[in-house]
Every structure is written in C-alpha cells, then in structure tokens.
Write a protein that binds this ligand. Structure first.
Ligand SMILES: N[C@@H](CCC(=O)N[C@@H](CS)C(=O)NCC(=O)O)C(=O)O
Length: 229
C-alpha cells in the first residue's frame, strides 16, 4: 500500500487539489497537521519547501512541496498526464494557471485585504478572463457542454485541478457560480462531472460536511466574504 502523508491546514484551498487527485486514483493517505513540518522543519526535509501543502511519498521516502509539483508527481505515477508533448505541457500550464487564480483571488496570498475597487476589477475583469482561458483551452481540445475533457478525450490531472479550482470556489462562494456559467459554461459542466465521479463525490461530501463553505481561511477569507456579500 503506498504511503502518502499530506500536510495541510484544515481547509480546502490548495489541499483539496491533492486530496481530490488521491481519491480519484483510489489511494489512501494520512492527513497531518502542517505544524509537523511548517515552519520549523521546512528546511530540514528532503526537498525543502517554503509552505504547505507538503506531500510525503513513502515510495521515494521524500517530501514534495508546491501544489503544481505535487500534482505533476502524482499524475506521472498514476498515468494522468496527456501523452503528446504539447498537451503534457498544457497540463502543467493548467496547474500553474490554477495556482495563479488562487493567488489572485486571495490578493496575493492575503498580502493585502480586498477593497471594493480592486475586488471589482478582479471579479469583473481578470476572473472572467481566467475562466475564459480554461473554457477556450477545453473547447480547443473537444470539451463541449456535456462531454470531453480539458485537454482531450481522456481525463487528466488538468481536469481534477480545474474542478478543484472552480468547483471549490463556487461551492464556497455560490454567487460566483453565475460568473462561471456565463464565462465558461463547458468548464462549469466539467466541474460538475468531475465532482460526480464516485470516489471524488464521496470525498467531497465528507470534506464539505467538515469544512462547510470555508475556503482559504484567515482574514483574507473574511475580506473576500465581505466583497462577495
Ligand atoms: N506556491 C505554493 C504556495 C504555498 C502557500 O502559499 N501556502 C499557503 C497555504 S495555501 C501558506 O501556508 N502560506 C504560509 C507561508 O507562505 O508562510 C504552492 O502552490 O504550494
């Protein structure tokens, strides 16, 4: 049995990307408190990493940080990467795009709290553009309203990440569901299909019971909630 340990906060945010993937491929893992590594031991582990999430992989007896790197590692091991070099690269790009959206929606990981003007520029400018980036990527690879995946006819890590991004965001902030449906209708349906995959659905139902609509936590979540109303 593979030995994985995920160190993350008791929140969905970046952790849910890894948890959804681990459930999709049906491997078990332990979820551990970040304080076991972060911050005191972050330089003492193999492959030091600045901040959670961290994934320990017993098969290499090492720990990996950075959400996109963790997903690339798992996707390679479980054959969830597209085969062609362009779509393989686009899978990495999709993970990096997801992480950029997470950074932007939290105003650069909570560096500053949201204020109305800046929030509206993001919500009605960059966020719809991001949604369209995913939609156009999917359409270019055959995603339409009810079938297909982001990078072709087979599910890949990019689909799990896309659903972890927009599915979690719209669950935590239901008002953003309309934004997604207007700007990225194919992606909205893709998120619902990925979330309905049996192992993912079971995981999400437990996680949503545990965390409710919590998203990224802290003052930045309070600031986001104030903006979205
Ligand atoms: N780029 C990193 C970002 C890591 C990150 O910012 N983690 C947040 C939680 S999602 C954190 O704990 N930050 C505390 C810190 O940076 O000291 C990743 O994708 O994993």
């Amino acid at each position: 049995m593979p030995d994985y340990r995920l160190y993350y906060w008791e929140l969905p945010f970046r952790g849910v990307f890894i948890e959804m993937f681990l459930h999709e491929v049906g491997v078990s893992y332990q979820r551990l408190d970040t304080s076991e590594i972060y911050p005191d031991k972050r330089l003492k582990i193999h492959n030091p990493g600045m901040a959670p999430p961290y994934l320990y992989d017993g098969s290499i007896d090492k720990t990996i940080a950075q959400m996109p790197a963790i997903l690339m590692h798992l996707a390679r091991d479980y054959d969830y990467l597209p085969k062609r070099s362009e779509t393989h690269t686009l899978a990495l790009k999709a993970l990096l795009d997801c992480n950029d959206v997470l950074m932007e929606i939290t105003n650069f990981n909570g560096m500053q709290m949201w204020e109305k003007g800046a929030w509206e520029t993001f919500r009605y400018g960059r966020l719809p553009d991001w949604m369209q980036v995913f939609e156009q990527t999917g359409r270019a690879h055959g995603l339409n309203d009810g079938k297909g995946y982001l990078l072709g006819s087979t599910i890949s890590v990019a689909d799990i990440a896309t659903a972890a991004l927009f599915g979690t965001m719209t669950y935590s902030f239901p008002a953003l569901q309309n934004d997604l449906e207007e700007n990225a209708p194919g992606v909205a349906k893709l998120c619902a299909r990925v979330e309905a995959r049996p192992r993912i659905a079971e995981f999400l139902s437990g996680a949503r019971e545990r965390y409710g609509r919590d998203y990224c936590g802290g003052q930045i979540e309070r600031s986001l909630r104030k903006m979205i109303g």
